[in-house]
Design a protein. Structure first.
Length: 468
């Protein structure tokens, strides 16, 4: 049996016994997801829930899946709720009886605010809210990746606004995702790249582009260009390095084209000054293409600056309206050792030497898609309200040993106070008997097995851009 969508088994072992642990007479449960606080970011870009809802929770639970789960968990040592899940499979036609509300994807929200709420809708199986925590809390990953990517966009945008004639025409391709090989699975690559594509349009992570088309209605969300790797250069041999470069030009250099070539296989400075800048210079200029030189070793900020200086000596530059140099025919992309700190250092040195950020692009791999975890932003899903014998009860924890883990109490909502650019987000309790506040930021995106909101990536990008 294909168990990909069998989310009965996609839970932590101990959760299987929890339905027996709640107070007798419990008929409803309300939980929420938040970034409790962040060691890296004080705001997060909300993204990724639509993927999990489409991929997993829109699936209808089947009788066969219930039987499979029963067999597994009983052998595993857990008391599986066979009657409860069979009730969902048969009486509820496999539709998960929960209501999920969330802020619109792409929204920039300060930490310590509710982002998602999950509430049971059937008193017979209220415990399903807790059951799906394991799967749905993985949303920490796309949120954190998108937040990191968003922060880098801000860093680069500041440099462009200072040194470029047309920042908006450049920004979308300034950070390229090289992370597919640096993550733990194909699904991680897909989810992480989709999160990156909220903020940029450059990527080599094919599965992410495919995922954006399937789950976010984006026919072609990301783009790439012909580029070399070390093997396609070194296979020509050291004595024929220039022939490897000339082949790149012959194959790909056409008017308006962009061609990237790693150039440090042997001697970066020789490659820039003598091969690209002397022997092949006229071929580059005549082609009408833009050559993007990729250094791939050494201290990033020093290497990039020296590359810009040497390329300027060989190809020359023009001075733009902001008073910064823009290289003729060539650019530089740095993909080694790239993170927020090194990007800032590279930009500061380049601009300090009079070079526009127009000359630069960045590639980021494992640091973008893998260099983070759930504790980067301290994501948690906590139960905050249950109903027992008709009485709604606040639920919370406040460990004496770590008050940083205090959780919120009550049925919660996120509202916006103020108007237009002068507003703040506030997490508040929902009045008894109501689903939401009138000025709620959150929307019901899923209810009783049905996806109610199906945003496009383009819509999400526009929301995220407002946070820049």
């Amino acid at each position: 049996m294909n168990t990909t969508e069998n989310y009965l088994i996609d839970t932590d072992s101990y959760k299987v016994s929890h339905y027996l642990q709640y107070p007798p007479g419990t008929t409803s449960m309300f939980s929420y997801i938040e970034s409790r606080n962040g060691s890296e970011y004080d705001k997060t870009i909300f993204f990724g829930l639509q993927y999990y809802l489409k991929k997993y929770l829109s699936h209808r639970v089947t009788v066969d899946e219930v039987e499979e789960a029963k067999t597994f968990f009983e052998a595993h040592g857990e008391p599986f709720n066979y009657e409860g899940w069979m009730y969902i499979a048969k009486d509820l036609e496999g539709k998960l009886p929960v209501r999920i509300r969330a802020v619109p994807e792409g929204t920039l929200v300060p930490i310590s605010n509710i982002l998602v709420s999950i509430e049971s809708t059937d008193p017979k199986v209220f415990w399903v809210v807790s059951w799906i925590e394991t799967m749905i809390l993985r949303i920490w990953y796309p949120i954190t990746v998108s937040t990191k990517s968003h922060k880098i966009r801000q860093i680069i945008m500041e440099a462009l606004e200072k040194s470029s004639d047309d920042p908006m025409s450049e920004i979308n391709f300034k950070l390229h995702d090289f992370g597919s090989r640096g993550v733990s699975s194909q699904e991680s690559a897909m989810i992480g790249d989709m999160a990156h594509l909220v903020n940029f349009m450059g990527t080599d992570t094919v599965v992410g582009v495919r995922g954006a088309a399937k789950y976010y209605n984006a026919p072609m969300a990301g783009f790439s260009i012909p580029a070399s790797e070390h093997s396609s250069i070194t296979s020509w041999g050291k004595d024929h390095e220039v022939d490897a470069y000339r082949n790149m030009l012959n194959q790909f250099a056409k008017p308006g084209a962009i061609v990237a070539c790693v150039s440090d296989s042997y001697d970066l400075w020789n490659a820039i000054s003598n091969l690209w800048g002397t022997e092949l210079k006229e071929e580059i200029v005549r082609s009408g293409a833009t050559l993007v030189v990729r250094p791939d070793s050494g201290n990033p900020s020093d290497i990039v600056l020296q590359s810009l200086i040497l390329l300027d000596e060989k190809f020359g530059s023009t001075i733009n309206s902001k008073g910064y140099k823009v290289l003729n025919n060539v650019r530089v992309i740095q993909g080694d050792g790239i993170n927020e700190r090194s990007i800032q250092e590279i930009l500061d040195k380049a601009l300090g030497a009079g070079f526009s950020a127009t000359n630069l692009a960045f590639g980021m791999g494992g640091a973008l898609l893998q260099g983070l975890n759930r504790d980067t932003q301290k994501f948690a899903m906590k139960c905050s309200s249950i109903t027992v014998n008709g009485e709604e009860r606040d639920v919370f924890k406040d460990p004496k040993t770590d008050h940083g883990k205090i959780s919120k109490a009550g049925r919660l909502d996120l509202i916006q106070l103020g108007v237009q650019d002068d507003f703040e987000y506030v997490t508040v309790k929902i009045e008894y008997g109501k689903v939401a506040w009138n000025n709620s930021v959150m929307r019901t995106v899923y209810e009783n097995g049905e996806l109610l909101v199906d945003d496009t990536l383009e819509t999400i990008r526009k929301r995220a851009a407002k946070g820049i």
